[in-house]
Ligand binder design. Structure first.
Ligand code: PEP
Ligand code: MN
Length: 275
Protein backbone atom coordinates (compact mmCIF):
# COMPACT_ATOMS: atom_id res chain seq x y z
CA UNK A 1 0.00 0.00 0.00
CA UNK A 2 2.82 2.38 0.93
CA UNK A 3 4.32 1.76 -2.53
CA UNK A 4 1.07 2.87 -4.13
CA UNK A 5 1.13 6.17 -2.20
CA UNK A 6 4.78 6.73 -3.17
CA UNK A 7 3.85 6.36 -6.84
CA UNK A 8 0.98 8.85 -6.48
CA UNK A 9 3.16 11.38 -4.62
CA UNK A 10 5.98 11.00 -7.17
CA UNK A 11 3.45 11.52 -9.97
CA UNK A 12 2.03 14.69 -8.36
CA UNK A 13 5.50 16.14 -7.76
CA UNK A 14 6.55 15.51 -11.33
CA UNK A 15 3.41 17.18 -12.67
CA UNK A 16 4.14 20.20 -10.46
CA UNK A 17 7.75 20.33 -11.62
CA UNK A 18 6.93 19.98 -15.26
CA UNK A 19 4.27 22.70 -15.02
CA UNK A 20 6.83 24.88 -13.35
CA UNK A 21 9.34 24.53 -16.14
CA UNK A 22 6.69 25.02 -18.82
CA UNK A 23 5.41 28.18 -17.19
CA UNK A 24 8.77 29.99 -16.76
CA UNK A 25 8.48 33.46 -18.24
CA UNK A 26 11.54 34.23 -20.35
CA UNK A 27 11.81 37.65 -21.93
CA UNK A 28 14.85 38.54 -24.03
CA UNK A 29 15.86 41.17 -26.54
CA UNK A 30 17.56 44.50 -26.90
CA UNK A 31 17.42 47.27 -24.35
CA UNK A 32 16.00 49.50 -27.08
CA UNK A 33 14.58 48.97 -30.55
CA UNK A 34 17.06 50.79 -32.80
CA UNK A 35 16.40 49.70 -36.38
CA UNK A 36 14.27 47.41 -38.53
CA UNK A 37 17.26 45.14 -39.16
CA UNK A 38 18.10 44.80 -35.47
CA UNK A 39 14.51 43.87 -34.57
CA UNK A 40 14.22 41.44 -37.49
CA UNK A 41 17.42 39.63 -36.50
CA UNK A 42 16.34 39.43 -32.88
CA UNK A 43 12.82 38.25 -33.69
CA UNK A 44 14.21 35.54 -35.95
CA UNK A 45 16.47 34.27 -33.18
CA UNK A 46 13.80 34.46 -30.46
CA UNK A 47 11.14 32.72 -32.53
CA UNK A 48 13.55 29.86 -33.27
CA UNK A 49 14.11 29.29 -29.56
CA UNK A 50 10.55 28.43 -28.60
CA UNK A 51 8.36 30.07 -25.99
CA UNK A 52 10.48 33.18 -25.44
CA UNK A 53 8.98 36.64 -25.33
CA UNK A 54 10.87 39.39 -27.16
CA UNK A 55 11.63 42.66 -25.37
CA UNK A 56 12.58 45.95 -27.03
CA UNK A 57 11.92 49.35 -25.54
CA UNK A 58 10.55 52.07 -27.77
CA UNK A 59 9.92 54.67 -25.06
CA UNK A 60 13.17 54.96 -23.10
CA UNK A 61 13.64 56.71 -19.77
CA UNK A 62 17.10 58.34 -19.87
CA UNK A 63 19.29 59.60 -17.06
CA UNK A 64 20.46 62.40 -19.33
CA UNK A 65 18.96 63.65 -22.59
CA UNK A 66 19.82 61.35 -25.50
CA UNK A 67 18.24 58.64 -27.65
CA UNK A 68 14.72 58.16 -26.24
CA UNK A 69 13.68 55.25 -28.43
CA UNK A 70 11.83 55.05 -31.73
CA UNK A 71 8.48 55.92 -30.13
CA UNK A 72 5.27 55.28 -32.05
CA UNK A 73 7.25 54.22 -35.11
CA UNK A 74 8.78 51.43 -33.05
CA UNK A 75 5.34 49.90 -32.38
CA UNK A 76 5.20 48.84 -36.04
CA UNK A 77 8.49 46.95 -35.61
CA UNK A 78 7.10 45.13 -32.58
CA UNK A 79 3.92 44.24 -34.46
CA UNK A 80 6.02 42.87 -37.31
CA UNK A 81 8.12 40.83 -34.87
CA UNK A 82 4.96 39.39 -33.29
CA UNK A 83 3.98 38.02 -36.71
CA UNK A 84 6.67 35.40 -36.11
CA UNK A 85 4.35 34.00 -33.44
CA UNK A 86 6.11 35.53 -30.49
CA UNK A 87 4.81 37.75 -27.72
CA UNK A 88 6.48 41.15 -27.39
CA UNK A 89 7.31 43.27 -24.34
CA UNK A 90 8.00 46.99 -24.04
CA UNK A 91 8.04 49.76 -21.42
CA UNK A 92 5.31 52.39 -21.20
CA UNK A 93 6.09 55.53 -19.25
CA UNK A 94 2.81 57.41 -19.43
CA UNK A 95 -0.81 56.40 -20.18
CA UNK A 96 -0.50 57.98 -23.63
CA UNK A 97 2.05 55.29 -24.58
CA UNK A 98 -0.54 52.58 -23.92
CA UNK A 99 -3.05 54.44 -26.07
CA UNK A 100 -0.53 54.74 -28.91
CA UNK A 101 0.02 50.97 -28.85
CA UNK A 102 -3.73 50.23 -28.64
CA UNK A 103 -4.42 52.49 -31.62
CA UNK A 104 -1.77 50.75 -33.71
CA UNK A 105 -3.24 47.31 -33.04
CA UNK A 106 -6.90 48.33 -33.14
CA UNK A 107 -7.47 47.25 -36.73
CA UNK A 108 -5.38 44.12 -36.71
CA UNK A 109 -7.33 40.92 -37.09
CA UNK A 110 -4.86 38.86 -35.08
CA UNK A 111 -3.82 40.96 -32.07
CA UNK A 112 -0.17 40.63 -31.10
CA UNK A 113 0.36 39.39 -27.56
CA UNK A 114 1.90 42.24 -25.58
CA UNK A 115 3.48 42.60 -22.17
CA UNK A 116 3.77 46.28 -21.27
CA UNK A 117 5.81 47.22 -18.27
CA UNK A 118 6.11 50.03 -15.75
CA UNK A 119 9.84 50.67 -15.35
CA UNK A 120 11.78 51.43 -12.22
CA UNK A 121 11.93 55.18 -12.70
CA UNK A 122 8.26 55.58 -13.33
CA UNK A 123 7.19 56.44 -9.79
CA UNK A 124 4.10 58.60 -10.25
CA UNK A 125 1.29 56.51 -8.83
CA UNK A 126 -1.30 58.37 -10.89
CA UNK A 127 0.43 57.24 -14.08
CA UNK A 128 0.90 53.72 -12.73
CA UNK A 129 -2.80 53.35 -11.96
CA UNK A 130 -3.92 54.98 -15.20
CA UNK A 131 -1.67 52.73 -17.31
CA UNK A 132 -3.23 49.73 -15.57
CA UNK A 133 -6.75 51.13 -15.94
CA UNK A 134 -6.40 51.59 -19.70
CA UNK A 135 -5.10 48.04 -20.07
CA UNK A 136 -7.97 46.76 -17.92
CA UNK A 137 -10.68 48.69 -19.75
CA UNK A 138 -9.48 48.90 -23.34
CA UNK A 139 -6.81 46.34 -24.16
CA UNK A 140 -7.23 42.83 -25.53
CA UNK A 141 -7.28 40.28 -22.70
CA UNK A 142 -3.97 38.85 -23.90
CA UNK A 143 -2.20 42.09 -22.91
CA UNK A 144 -0.39 41.82 -19.58
CA UNK A 145 1.32 44.38 -17.36
CA UNK A 146 4.69 43.90 -15.68
CA UNK A 147 5.80 45.99 -12.71
CA UNK A 148 9.47 46.54 -11.88
CA UNK A 149 10.62 47.66 -8.46
CA UNK A 150 11.52 51.32 -7.89
CA UNK A 151 15.27 52.22 -7.89
CA UNK A 152 15.64 52.74 -4.14
CA UNK A 153 15.33 49.99 -1.57
CA UNK A 154 11.96 50.16 0.17
CA UNK A 155 9.68 47.16 0.48
CA UNK A 156 6.60 49.20 1.35
CA UNK A 157 6.99 51.37 -1.73
CA UNK A 158 7.28 48.34 -4.03
CA UNK A 159 4.14 46.81 -2.51
CA UNK A 160 2.50 50.23 -2.88
CA UNK A 161 3.09 50.25 -6.65
CA UNK A 162 1.41 46.86 -6.89
CA UNK A 163 -1.53 48.10 -4.80
CA UNK A 164 -1.94 51.18 -7.00
CA UNK A 165 -1.97 48.99 -10.09
CA UNK A 166 -4.46 46.54 -8.57
CA UNK A 167 -6.75 49.40 -7.57
CA UNK A 168 -7.36 50.00 -11.29
CA UNK A 169 -9.33 46.76 -11.42
CA UNK A 170 -6.77 44.96 -13.61
CA UNK A 171 -6.95 41.25 -12.90
CA UNK A 172 -3.98 39.81 -10.97
CA UNK A 173 -3.79 37.11 -13.65
CA UNK A 174 -2.56 39.78 -16.03
CA UNK A 175 0.19 41.09 -13.73
CA UNK A 176 3.85 40.02 -13.49
CA UNK A 177 6.47 41.42 -11.12
CA UNK A 178 10.14 41.94 -11.98
CA UNK A 179 13.07 42.47 -9.65
CA UNK A 180 15.78 44.73 -11.14
CA UNK A 181 17.74 45.53 -7.98
CA UNK A 182 18.21 48.76 -6.01
CA UNK A 183 20.76 51.56 -6.23
CA UNK A 184 23.89 50.21 -4.56
CA UNK A 185 25.19 51.61 -1.33
CA UNK A 186 28.85 52.04 -2.06
CA UNK A 187 30.26 49.94 0.79
CA UNK A 188 28.79 46.58 0.05
CA UNK A 189 29.15 45.85 -3.62
CA UNK A 190 32.12 43.54 -4.08
CA UNK A 191 31.21 42.55 -7.65
CA UNK A 192 30.34 46.10 -8.69
CA UNK A 193 26.75 45.30 -9.59
CA UNK A 194 24.90 48.14 -11.27
CA UNK A 195 22.02 47.58 -8.85
CA UNK A 196 21.93 45.38 -5.78
CA UNK A 197 19.43 42.54 -5.67
CA UNK A 198 17.42 41.72 -2.57
CA UNK A 199 16.32 38.22 -3.49
CA UNK A 200 14.69 37.63 -0.10
CA UNK A 201 12.57 40.77 -0.45
CA UNK A 202 11.50 39.71 -3.94
CA UNK A 203 10.47 36.32 -2.54
CA UNK A 204 8.53 37.95 0.33
CA UNK A 205 6.62 40.11 -2.15
CA UNK A 206 5.94 37.14 -4.41
CA UNK A 207 4.57 35.24 -1.42
CA UNK A 208 2.49 38.14 -0.14
CA UNK A 209 0.96 39.11 -3.48
CA UNK A 210 0.80 35.61 -5.03
CA UNK A 211 1.99 37.17 -8.29
CA UNK A 212 4.72 35.71 -10.52
CA UNK A 213 8.13 37.28 -9.85
CA UNK A 214 10.86 37.29 -12.49
CA UNK A 215 14.40 38.59 -12.29
CA UNK A 216 16.22 41.10 -14.51
CA UNK A 217 19.90 40.07 -14.30
CA UNK A 218 20.87 42.71 -16.89
CA UNK A 219 19.98 45.83 -14.90
CA UNK A 220 21.22 44.22 -11.69
CA UNK A 221 24.53 42.99 -13.14
CA UNK A 222 25.46 45.82 -15.48
CA UNK A 223 28.12 43.71 -17.27
CA UNK A 224 28.11 40.40 -19.13
CA UNK A 225 30.07 38.66 -16.40
CA UNK A 226 27.69 39.94 -13.74
CA UNK A 227 24.60 38.93 -15.73
CA UNK A 228 25.81 35.33 -15.44
CA UNK A 229 26.70 35.81 -11.78
CA UNK A 230 23.23 37.17 -10.93
CA UNK A 231 21.56 34.38 -12.87
CA UNK A 232 23.49 31.74 -10.92
CA UNK A 233 22.73 33.42 -7.58
CA UNK A 234 19.05 33.78 -8.37
CA UNK A 235 18.69 30.06 -9.05
CA UNK A 236 18.71 29.57 -5.29
CA UNK A 237 15.36 31.36 -5.17
CA UNK A 238 11.98 30.61 -6.63
CA UNK A 239 11.87 33.13 -9.48
CA UNK A 240 9.29 32.50 -12.18
CA UNK A 241 11.52 33.56 -15.04
CA UNK A 242 13.78 36.35 -16.21
CA UNK A 243 14.05 39.33 -18.49
CA UNK A 244 17.49 39.69 -20.06
CA UNK A 245 18.99 42.11 -22.57
CA UNK A 246 20.21 40.48 -25.78
CA UNK A 247 21.42 42.32 -28.88
CA UNK A 248 22.58 41.06 -32.30
CA UNK A 249 25.65 43.26 -31.96
CA UNK A 250 26.01 44.51 -28.37
CA UNK A 251 29.06 46.66 -29.06
CA UNK A 252 26.99 48.82 -31.37
CA UNK A 253 24.04 49.14 -28.96
CA UNK A 254 22.77 52.69 -28.45
CA UNK A 255 21.89 52.05 -24.79
CA UNK A 256 23.25 49.72 -22.09
CA UNK A 257 25.94 48.31 -24.41
CA UNK A 258 28.02 46.85 -21.56
CA UNK A 259 25.33 44.51 -20.27
CA UNK A 260 23.69 43.18 -23.43
CA UNK A 261 24.45 39.56 -24.33
CA UNK A 262 25.06 38.40 -27.87
CA UNK A 263 23.02 35.44 -29.12
CA UNK A 264 25.66 32.85 -28.19
CA UNK A 265 25.93 34.19 -24.66
CA UNK A 266 22.15 34.15 -24.40
CA UNK A 267 22.02 30.49 -25.34
CA UNK A 268 24.64 29.77 -22.67
CA UNK A 269 22.47 31.59 -20.13
CA UNK A 270 19.41 29.59 -21.18
CA UNK A 271 21.35 26.37 -20.70
CA UNK A 272 22.11 27.39 -17.11
CA UNK A 273 18.44 27.92 -16.36
CA UNK A 274 17.37 24.68 -17.96
CA UNK A 275 19.94 22.55 -16.10
C1 PEP B 1 14.79 48.44 -19.03
O1 PEP B 1 14.41 47.32 -18.69
O2 PEP B 1 15.04 48.73 -20.20
C2 PEP B 1 15.01 49.48 -18.02
C3 PEP B 1 15.11 50.77 -18.35
O3 PEP B 1 15.13 49.00 -16.80
P1 PEP B 1 14.95 49.69 -15.37
O4 PEP B 1 13.64 50.42 -15.40
O5 PEP B 1 14.95 48.51 -14.47
O6 PEP B 1 16.13 50.59 -15.17
MN1 MN C 1 18.46 48.62 -20.51
Amino acid sequence: MAGFYYVIIYYLISIKMSNKSISKIIIAGPCAAESRKQIELTAEKISALNNIIMRASIFKPRTQPGFEGLGAEGVELLIKAAEKNIAVATEVMVPEHVNIILEKIANLHKKPEFILWIGSRNQCHINQREIARIIHEKAPKSMRLMIKNQPWKDETHWIGIIEHVLSSGLSPERIILCHRGFYPDSNQNPNMFRNLPDYAMAMRIKEKTKLPMIIDPSHIGGSIENVFRVMEESLQFDFDGMMVEVHPNPKEAMTDAKQQLNFNEFERLLAIIKN
